[in-house]
Design a binder for this molecule. Structure first.
Ligand code: S3P
Length: 170
């Protein structure tokens, strides 16, 4: 259940480090679908890493690249899409993606996220002060919670999470 039509996109949302990209790639393989990672696609299109875009042009530039990409993706069907942690904070992005498929939230508490990713990492918005990241995390949860359904990934391995989603998609 969950998917209204098999051709709908399967869209993963959630905070940085919840496993969107890794889970998405494996899930796509299992479902026999193509996989798109919005961050990777933006890096390909701009020929810059996400960090470089932030550093050289600022977050605003990154968000407009992200917006353009989502508009295009929402017209395509049958993909598994891993979004960036901030993608669906833009209500227009949320709306476009929601219309194109089922939105699945991946949840992890911040302690677990730091365990996975570490304090030193290449994510511009996760490198800062723990306090600041904590506020960001808390502020975003109500938005991620509007997903069609959410998987709590706490203490779960990638394969377990993938299987859980797969079972509900079938
Ligand atoms: C961001 C998350 C990142 C990336 C960018 C901004 C965010 O993606 O899009 O650094 O605002 O949460 P991941 O969630 O894949 O780390």
């Amino acid at each position: 259940i969950g998917m209204d039509a098999p051709k709908d996109n399967v869209i993963l949302v959630g905070f940085m480090g919840t496993g969107k990209s890794t889970v998405g790639r494996r899930l796509a393989k299992l479902l026999g679908r193509d996989f798109i990672d919005t961050d990777v696609e933006i890096e390909r299109l701009t020929e810059m890493t996400v960090s470089e875009i932030f550093r050289r042009h600022g977050e605003t530039r990154f968000r407009s690249e992200e917006r353009l990409l989502v508009k295009r993706l929402a017209d395509q069907k049958g993909y598994v899409i891993a979004t960036g942690g901030g993608t669906v904070l833009n209500p227009d992005n949320w709306q476009d993606l929601a219309q194109s498929g089922v939105i699945i939230g991946l949840y992890a508490p911040l302690d677990e996220i730091y365990k996975r990713i570490g304090y030193r990492n290449d994510r511009p918005l996760l490198r800062g002060d723990r306090q600041v990241v904590e506020e960001l995390w808390a502020k975003r949860q109500p938005i991620y919670n509007q997903a069609n359904w959410t998987v709590d990934t706490t203490d779960k391995g990638i394969d377990e999470v993938v299987q859980e989603i797969f079972d509900r998609c079938e």
